[in-house]
Design a protein around this ligand. Structure first.
Ligand code: C2E
Ligand code: MG
Length: 671
């Protein structure tokens, strides 16, 4: 037996160090990602990091072997070599698995470094074993061999500990570099100490030759190239996938999976200016806040997801849908001529208003859609979005569940509406409201029976704003409640004043919006107005509309009954203008019916005449007072006389007037 002397090629040793460092750095970088991910992604990062580390240890070992020369050709047994790579991959995988959490305990770190160290050692000595043959034997210096194991385990511990530090504070990149360095030390330190521990014995001098690099087995070189290619491919694919996922996260909405606002901005920026014929649809759920407030945010999320799903059905090559946030969506359309966009908007309204079944709840939701066209309303993102957004708000103000295309007139109307909304907030404090009174005239006695209080608003810039314009805004903003309180106070006080002054008994009626019933403050408001003015409750009448009775039947009944008990009268206003007007008078006991003025406008039509005749009979049978509204001409008066209706209200008798004029008018009547 001859003891063979070994020597190293310095450049290849250096290369083996470099390989160990680079692969350790890559593997630790990948292992770090396991602590930040969940589910399948976490499993993926774990497998990839184990694979890279295992392959790295193996590659370093065999490049280290190439650097080593003994005076006989070396051969490697394939099966044992294969076992060695499997051992290093498995051990690395297990070590990273055990230390995967961000807050890894010391015990786990110890277990992880034992596994990693064992993997490196097992790989090395199995690799060495694959060289042994009938002619080549290896023996080891037990002390150096033990030292190689200690180096592998301790350096692995230090590396995993520094990796944990980096996981806890990812801004300290130094930890990552040091961890990679120590892992490199664990692999190379173990290898070269192990090599120092090894003695190479050749059974016969005739086999000993001068070892050269040409003596390297081509199979080994091929295996190393293959493993390195696998390693680089795995790293590349993993990083590409990560980039792709990060991009998806940045450009896709997590809740719905639709592209988000960034993606929309990018589309506008990349596709430059929108071409002729492109359209933008701004889609917003109506009263989404109400759903969130009443059914909770989880249900709101489910609804948004469902809406996104339905919108997704409309996506095609030339169309994209984005979720801008909350309940807002945007559709950009390039494949449809602008004259067909409104048809598409109508289809969207139809599709999105179909009932939603969410966790056993049947939900009915509508949307409002604003449309802008390129290049008519702009070619860049901000002008097209602004125009579509303005149009969407206008569609909402029209009563929701509508679509609306942008135009200048609409922008003007919206700005007026905004001024109204803003102005209403300070109108009460700044005393911009007044109440006007229109008499209800009894044609039989030729005397008034009372007045209807009608609110007037003088806006500092817009001038006189009609109630039909500002009342809906007041209802939407909730300002209708303090406004009603104010009108009730004024009306009762003025009623008391003219009755005291003129020695008459003339009542006053006040219009009530349905929102007053929602606030449940009616009783308290009426009590306060009556108490402060000292007006007899019988003198006060509350006018409610058919839609109030239809949409809030129980609230209205519940809140009106106690007031009626003390004598307050209730009248049905605009009777005959709604859908189910006969049904509505059955629900609440009314003292008065006011026939809508549309019957006067069209009083010559036989059907209207027949309906008025029927209402007169109905009122007589139910013993309800009947008032015809909107009487403007002598012939309308004649018609009402012939139909048997004697109480009327309209410009023919008197237009609504301020309270000072009421006194003069009443004084004129008594004279
Ligand atoms: P309404 O309750 O049906 O009030 C009658 C409306 O008809 C008044 O309009 C009145 O000026 C108008 N009118 C009276 N006679 C004639 C006529 O011969 N011909 C025509 N064409 N119109 C006539 P106004 O004052 O503009 O009020 C409009 C609506 O605004 C009211 O309809 C009522 O629904 C609402 N409103 C007015 N004041 C208040 C209020 O204090 N609270 C609430 N909630 N609504 C109010
Ligand atoms: Mg009225």
């Amino acid at each position: 037996m001859i003891n063979l002397e070994g020597s190293y090629n310095g450049w290849i040793v250096f290369l083996s160090f470099a390989i160990a460092l680079i692969t350790s750095y890559s593997a630790l970088n990948l292992a770090y990602r396991t602590s930040r991910s969940k589910g399948n992604a976490r499993l993926g990062w774990l497998v990839v990091s184990g694979l890279v580390m295992g392959c790295g240890i193996w590659t370093m070992h065999f490049i280290g072997m190439i650097a080593f020369h003994v005076e006989m050709p070396m051969t490697y047994r394939m099966p044992t070599t294969l076992v060695s790579i499997l051992a290093s991959i498995m051990a690395s995988l297990l070590a990273f698995y055990v230390t995967m959490e961000k807050k890894t305990t010391r015990a786990r770190l110890a277990a992880g470094s034992l596994l990693m160290g064992t993997g490196i050692v097992a790989m090395h000595y199995t690799g060495m074993r694959s060289m042994e043959s009938d002619i080549l034997h290896l023996t080891y210096n037990p002390l150096l061999r033990g030292l190689s194991v200690v180096i592998a385990v301790l350096a692995s511990y230090a590396a995993l500990y520094l990796l944990k530090k980096f996981k806890e504070n990812s801004s300290s990149v130094m930890f990552k570099w040091l961890a990679a360095l120590l892992m490199g030390v664990a692999v190379t330190g173990m290898h070269y100490t192990g090599m120092e521990a090894a003695e190479f014995w050749c059974v016969s001098p005739e086999y000993a030759v001068t070892g050269t690099l040409e003596g390297i087995s081509p199979a080994l070189l091929l295996s190393i190239s293959l493993v390195m290619t696998i390693m680089v491919t795995v790293i590349w694919v993993a990083l590409y996938w990560e980039r792709h996922m990060l991009r998806r996260l940045a450009y896709n909405d997590a809740l719905t999976g639709l592209p988000n606002r960034h993606a929309m901005n990018q589309m506008f920026d990349e596709k430059l200016k929108l071409s002729e014929g492109s359209s933008v649809l701004y889609i917003d759920l109506d009263q989404f806040k109400l759903i969130n407030d009443t059914l909770g945010h989880d249900m709101g999320d489910l609804l948004v997801r469902e809406v996104a799903g339905r919108l997704g059905q409309f996506v095609s090559r030339g169309r994209a849908v984005f979720r801008l946030g909350g309940d807002e969506f945007l559709m950009i359309i390039n494949d449809l001529r602008q004259e067909h966009i409104e048809t598409l908007a109508a289809q969207l309204l139809e599709e999105l208003r179909r009932p939603y079944w969410l966790e056993g709840n049947e939900l009915y939701v509508t949307v409002s859609i604003g449309i802008s066209y390129a290049p008519r309303h702009g070619t860049d993102r901000s002008s097209l979005l602004k125009a579509a957004d303005t149009a969407m708000y206008y569609a909402k103000s029209l009563g929701k569940n509508q679509y609306c295309a942008y135009n200048e007139e609409l922008a003007h109307r919206l700005s007026r509406r905004m001024q109204i909304e803003k102005g209403l907030r300070t109108a009460l404090i700044q005393k911009q409201f007044t109440t006007y009174y229109q008499p209800k005239w009894n044609d039989a006695s030729q005397r008034p029976i009372g007045f209807e209080a009608l609110l007037r608003w003088e806006h500092p810039n817009l001038g006189s704003v009609p109630p039909d314009e500002f009342i809906p805004v007041a209802e939407e903003t909730g300002l209708i409640i303090p406004m009603t309180r104010w009108v009730l106070e004024q009306a009762c006080r003025d009623c008391r004043a003219w009755n005291d002054k003129q020695g008459v008994k003339l009542g006053v009626s006040v219009n009530l919006s349905a929102h007053v019933f929602e606030s449940r403050s009616l009783q308290e408001m009426v009590d306060a107005a009556l108490a402060r003015s000292g007006v007899d409750p019988h003198m006060l009448e509350l006018e409610i509309t058919e839609s109030t009775v239809m949409y809030h039947p129980s609230e209205a009944e519940e809140q009106l009954a106690p007031l009626q008990k003390v004598g307050v009268r209730v009248s049905m206003d605009n009777f005959g203008s709604g859908f189910s007007f006969l049904g509505s008078i059955d629900r609440i006991s009314f003292q008065t019916l006011k026939i809508d003025r549309l019957y006067m406008q069209d009083y010559e039509s036989p059907s209207k005449r027949a309906i008025v005749g029927t209402i007169v009979m109905l009122a007589k049978q139910l013993d309800i007072e009947l008032i015809a509204e909107g009487v403007e001409t002598e012939s309308q008066l004649e018609f009402l006389r012939s139909a048997g209706c004697s109480i009327m209200q309209g410009y023919y008798f008197k237009r609504p007037m301020p309270k000072e004029e009421v006194d003069v008018w009443l004084a004129g009547l008594s004279a």
